[in-house]
Each structure stands twice: as structure tokens, then as C-alpha cells.
Design a protein. Structure first.
Length: 405
């Protein structure tokens, strides 16, 4: 599997037409369900149904009086993550709540019982809701097809997820993301879902920027996907390998909520939706021409990280636990390709002193070769080197070119 290049800021739109900005949190329903009996319709026509929602829950108001409410299991980030949409097409607004964990929950309003019933839990979404980045979440409904399309936009990426009302539940049908990379673009990835609601990458399209037309389509692509408990190595719909790692959705949510102290932020480099972009890092750590895998699994202590490293084994075509790199599992390792060295920061920061350690491969083991001590002033560092016995000695002060760190 070829090594992926660092992903530039995702940008552009999904070329979706007809999406309306229907995410007001207070929505009036002026017409009752068309299927209602004539006598019932006459009564309800005089009633004003209004859904009021915030980050804690939602209440249906009839003529200003409460007529059923729901409290979210976990308070949402803010009220903008709640959509008021008629999910089951009965004429009454329901609740679609976007979660931090790249998932959504939904509840439908039961007019007769004057209450809400959960109709979808942990529904996959293209992106995790992040109030720091997501600028808009809109929806479009198709009553004939009984589908709801939720579109998410921020400055650099756009994702669209299609759900269908089946029986008494909302289920995911498809997903699409649009982005740019250093190889050009825009690109569009199109996903379907298996019977466990896990993403399956069906195809990747390259779009002509000026015309909007597809100029290239790829299928049967190798990629990674993150599930509730594993990182799956895939080729199209074929599962090549499943690496068990528990608690991945929660890790992604904590990152987005800024609840985790990450010393060296993983730079997204995948043609994928969240959470893969936040949790996975692929680099050729042993410089053998094959990309290896790092999985971020959370914090270890107040400032440390916890990473799992896997080496790609070309003989078996799979990823195997990497004992040598896992010795540095509390750090985010990154490669220095030109010199074929590996480095990590003890506490990556641009506003205080910290150290970068340089490692080199010697006889199949990583040996510490340098330490670069960066001062608060930046623009320079003190260089230290290590001998074969691990003894450190000061070498010189190194002044960096203007504008670098």
C-alpha cells in the first residue's frame, strides 16, 4: 500500500443542489398531516406546533404550552447541533442531534402520546460535530423517497450523509465527502454502509475544478476505517485486517471537545472523514517504501499521549504490532524523510521551551542521536549529540532561517 501524502486543508463543496438551511431551533408547523381524518385536521389546523430545542433537550409546544419533551443523555456542545426536521414525514417536527463522536441520535414526536420516541442511536455522520470548525449543518428531505440528507460544512471540508426512514427507525444509506490534497482535486469519496452501519468506500472521483465534471474514477481502493472498537484495513468492501482498539469514538469526541492534551497534533493525511483523520497516522517509519500505522488511543497522564504502532509486513500484507516503536508509545513520532530519521517532542509548543529528540535506525533498533533544545525566543536551538553509550554532549547553537521554528 503506497504511503499517503500529507493532506492539505479540505475544501470545496459536494455539488449538492437544493439544500435548504432548515436548522432553526424554533420551527412552526402550519399544516397537519395530510393523512389525518377531516375532523382531526379541523381541530389541529387551529393549533400551533413549535419545537424548542437547545443543547440539553427539546420540548414540543402546542399553542405555547408544553406537550412532550426529551432530555439528551449527554448535553450537546451547543444548540446549533440540534436540527428540527420531520424525520418520519408525519407533519410534526422531530429531533436530529449531531454528536461530538461523528454520530447522531434522533427522536420522533408522537402526537397521540404527546412525547418523543428515540428512532435512531449512534447514526454515522460524515464529520464529528465540532463547534470550533463546523460553520453550518443543513438538511434536505425527500418525502417520496422518505430520505433525509444532512450536509455539514466548514471552511475546508464538506460532508453529506443520507438517511432513510424504514419502519419506525432512521437508518444510514450513503455518505459523501469532498476535499483537496497536495495531489490536486477536488476529490469526492462515496461510501455505502454494511449491515452494521460501517462505512464501505465504493469509489473515489477526481473532479475538474473549472467544469465540475468527473475526470477520473477509482474503485477497489485500499483504506482504513475506524469503528467503535477497531481499526479496519480495507480494500473496497473486503476486510483485509481488523485491529482491535476499544473506545475509539470517545477518543475522537474528546479530541474535538479539546478535553485531551495532545503534545503533537496528528496531521490528517487521509482521504477520509472523521474520525480517521483525527486518530490515524500513516508514515514509513522504517523507510522501506511501505506506509506503517500509528493509532492515537488517548492520554497517558497529564501531558502524555498513548499511541499504538504497527509495521506493515509486505510478506503477509498485514500490519503487525511494532515492539521497537511501541517503546515510544507515549509520544507522537514523525519522520524526517530526507535524513531517514525519526523525531518526537517532549512537549510540543511554540510559546515555551521544549526539546525535540532525534532517533536513528541502527541494527534494527532506534538509537537516540540528537537533542534540540528550543528556547522561548524561538528562531534557534541548542544542539546536543549522544555517543554510542548514550552520553550527551553540547555541540553548538543553531540559528534557524527567518520565519522557521
Amino acid at each position: 500500500m503506497r504511503q499517503e501524502k500529507i493532506l492539505l486543508l479540505l475544501a470545496g463543496s459536494l455539488l449538492l443542489a437544493g439544500c435548504s438551511d432548515n436548522n432553526d431551533l424554533s420551527v412552526s408547523i402550519s399544516e397537519p398531516p395530510t393523512e389525518a381524518a377531516e375532523t382531526t385536521a379541523a381541530v389541529e389546523s387551529a393549533e400551533d406546533f413549535r419545537l424548542s430545542a437547545n443543547e440539553r433537550g427539546a420540548t414540543m409546544l402546542i399553542n405555547g404550552e408544553p406537550a412532550g419533551s426529551v432530555e439528551f443523555d449527554i448535553p450537546l456542545r451547543d444548540g446549533k447541533s440540534v436540527l428540527s426536521v420531520d424525520i418520519n414525514f408525519d407533519g410534526y417536527d422531530d429531533i436530529f442531534a449531531c454528536l461530538d463522536y461523528y454520530m447522531a441520535d434522533c427522536w420522533v414526536y408522537d402526537r397521540e402520546a404527546k412525547g418523543f420516541v428515540k428512532a435512531g442511536e449512534a447514526l454515522p455522520m460524515a464529520f464529528a460535530y465540532d463547534k470550533f470548525n463546523i460553520q453550518s449543518i443543513t438538511y434536505e428531505t425527500d418525502k417520496n423517497e422518505k430520505t433525509v440528507t444532512v450536509t455539514q460544512n466548514d471552511n475546508s471540508n464538506e460532508g453529506s450523509t443520507v438517511y432513510k426512514w424504514q419502519g419506525d427507525k432512521l437508518v444510514p444509506l450513503s455518505m459523501s465527502t469532498r476535499y483537496y490534497t497536495d495531489e490536486g482535486g477536488p476529490f469526492v469519496d462515496r461510501y455505502s454502509f454494511d449491515d452494521k452501519w460501517r462505512k464501505v468506500l465504493e469509489e473515489r472521483q477526481r473532479i475538474d475544478y473549472s467544469t465540475g465534471e468527473c475526470i477520473k474514477t477509482e474503485k477497489n481502493i485500499e483504506y482504513f476505517r475506524v469503528t467503535d472498537s477497531s481499526v479496519d484495513y480495507m480494500k473496497g468492501a473486503e476486510l483485509l485486517q481488523s485491529i482491535e482498539v476499544s473506545g475509539l469514538p470517545e477518543v475522537c469526541g474528546r479530541i474535538l471537545a479539546r478535553d485531551e492534551s495532545i503534545k503533537y497534533m496528528i496531521i490528517g493525511r487521509y482521504h477520509m472523514a472523521v474520525p480517521e483523520d483525527y486518530i490515524l497516522c500513516e508514515d514509513d517509519f522504517d523507510f522501506d517504501g511501505h506506509g506503517d500505522l500509528a493509532i492515537y488511543t488517548g492520554c497517558s497522564g497529564e501531558s502524555g499521549e498513548k499511541n499504538l504502532y504497527y509495521r506493515y509486513d509486505s510478506a503477509s500484507g498485514s500490519y503487525i504490532p511494532w515492539e521497537e516503536l511501541n517503546r515510544f508509545g507515549e509520544y507522537q513520532l514523525f519522520i524526517m524523510e530526507d535524513s531517514e530519521e525519526i523525531a518526537y517532542y517532549d512537549d510540543f509548543s511554540t510559546d515555551k521551551e521544549n526539546d525535540m529528540y532525534i532517533l536513528t535506525w541502527t541494527g534494527g533498533s532506534l538509537k537516540l542521536s540528537q537533542r534540540r533544545h528550543y528556547t522561548k525566543q524561538r528562531g534557534m536551538y541548542k544542539l546536543y549529540e549522544y555517543d554510542a553509550q548514550g552520553n550527551e554532549s553540547y555541540v553548538k547553537d543553531v540559528v534557524l532561517p527567518t520565519g522557521t521554528y
